[in-house]
Design a protein around this ligand. Structure first.
Ligand code: 6PG
Length: 465
């Protein structure tokens, strides 16, 4: 008997994904150098057509051709090492599928290297964490479309579903899958930081305790902000600490780590010249959070503002809900604007409607809002910016006023709102016909003879200032 699908890397993600494949009536086979992980797969896979080995030759031998071999191993060097080993055994026409959070430049290189050997390399973004992998992730594959078609039925079976729609689709050429996943994570960073800022405001302006904060996020999750991240945020505030009497949230150190996908999003956006200030700010806040000792020392030198709660708490919370909705839309708008430009710039052939469609379920940034976003790109695939979509424009125009109220409250109380603030400044700058950057052009010409264009005549000008 040959197996339909192989997985290399039987950590929790790889094991769960493979069990999901087996649940969908495909014969699934795993490989890991760690015998305990292979044993764990066999144990959990009892009653299903699933097996595993620590030997690569046996693994490859047991797969039907063309082989569909997925890697869920740590991004970076390990992927190259595994590919190098696999090349001794695989044959022309086989598929090597990388499901980790690989950098898209690595994926582009691997596609080229393997295509020249007749092996198809499919870079795939997988979102949804361990639970998603087990019961339905959102899957973002890219690369050779004909090769992808060979594994598409398996991915469609294991993916999350929204109604009948599977949360997987071919994203585009080359490294499109990993590029889309990277931007997904950039948006994820933005939304998470926005919710962290909302928490700070509920606590410091609203004067709410954890139970009350839980209630507010739960209520938001019953409305237009309904999303996975708001849902888990609500749940976090209800979690008691196992080790003390208090709530767990109060005992977690305020230093956020990062694996790099948010930073890569900002780096690439800078490279291709697309502004995504909310995602940049979220990455920056992780950096600021890491400066814990410096922050503590500076805090002690700095007079703290008086504790001063909003007079009308209910009105403030209502503004904050509007502001958070505004900020969510603007964050998706920035990520999608980056995807639109990168698609042309890097010849990825992305489709934003399809992207929004498969993000509606399974992934970390899934949200009801994505259905509105999908519709916006269905009615206008060439939409310059999501903020201009007919279905959202009026809501944003109204909600911006609440964001202004929220920012005013924060500034007076010394509450840092880098990420929320950046959404409003982005919105304002995008809606300003004339910005003061005529002065920047004048300065560049003044000190560097860099020339400038004029508002009243065509051509390039220089002045002896
Ligand atoms: C997902 C997540 C997943 C991972 C993040 C964490 O879509 O399932 O994005 O890929 O949890 O990469 O990223 P940081 O460690 O950088 O916060």
């Amino acid at each position: 008997m040959k197996y339909n699908f192989g997985m290399i890397g039987l950590g929790v993600m790889g094991r769960n994904f493979l069990l999901n494949v087996a649940d969908n009536n495909y014969k699934a086979y795993g490989l890991d150098t760690d015998a305990e992980k292979v044993a764990a797969l066999k144990e959990e896979g009892q009653g299903r057509e699933v097996d595993g080995t620590t030997d690569m030759a046996t693994f490859v031998e047991n797969l039907e051709t063309p082989r569909k071999i997925m890697l869920l191993v740590p991004a970076g060097k390990v992927v190259d090492i595994v590919i190098h080993d696999l090349l001794k055994y695989v044959e022309e026409g086989d598929l090597i599928i990388d499901g980790g959070n690989s950098h898209y430049n690595d994926t582009t290189r691997r596609v080229q290297e393997l295509e020249s050997k007749g092996i198809h390399f499919i870079g795939v973004g997988v979102s949804g964490g361990a639970k998603g992998a087990r019961f339905g992730p959102s899957i973002m594959p890219g690369g050779n479309a004909e090769a992808y078609a060979k594994v598409a039925p398996i991915f469609e079976a294991v993916s999350a579903k929204v109604g009948e729609d599977p949360c997987v689709a071919h994203m585009g050429k080359g490294a499109a899958g990993h590029y889309v996943k990277m931007v997904h994570n950039g948006i994820e960073y933005g939304l998470m930081q926005l919710l962290a800022e909302a928490y700070d405001l509920l606590k410091q302006v609203g004067g709410l305790n954890n139970q009350e904060i839980h209630a507010v996020f739960s209520e938001w999750n019953a409305g237009r902000l309904r999303s996975f991240l708001v849902e888990i945020t609500a749940a976090i505030f209800a979690q008691r600490d196992d080790l003390t009497e208090g709530d767990l949230i109060d005992n977690i150190l305020d230093k956020a780590k990062q694996k790099g996908t948010g930073k890569w999003t900002s780096q690439n956006a800078m490279d291709i010249g697309i502004p995504i200030p909310t995602i940049d700010s979220a990455v920056t806040m992780r950096g600021l959070s890491a400066l814990k000792q410096e922050r503590l020392a500076a805090d002690a030198m700095h007079p703290s503002p008086l504790v001063d709660y909003a007079e009308d708490k209910a009105a403030f919370i209502a503004h904050l809900e509007e502001a958070t909705y505004f900020a969510f839309v603007v964050t998706y708008a920035q990520g999608l604007a980056l995807l639109a430009d990168a698609s042309t710039e890097m010849n990825l052939d992305l489709n934003l409607e399809t992207t929004a469609k498969i993000w509606r379920g399974g992934c970390i940034i899934r949200a009801d809002l994505l259905e509105i976003i999908r519709r916006a790109y269905t009615s206008n695939p060439d939409l310059a910016n999501l903020m201009l979509a007919a279905e959202l424009r009026q809501d944003l125009a109204k909600a911006q006023n609440s964001m202004r109220e929220v920012l005013k409250a924060a500034i007076d109380r010394h509450i840092p709102l880098l990420t929320m603030g950046s959404t409003l400044h982005y919105y304002d700058a995008y809606h300003t016909g004339r910005l003061p950057l005529n002065l920047v052009q004048a300065q560049r010409d003044y000190f560097g003879s860099h020339t400038y264009e004029r508002v009243d005549q065509d051509g390039v000008f220089h002045t002896e200032w």
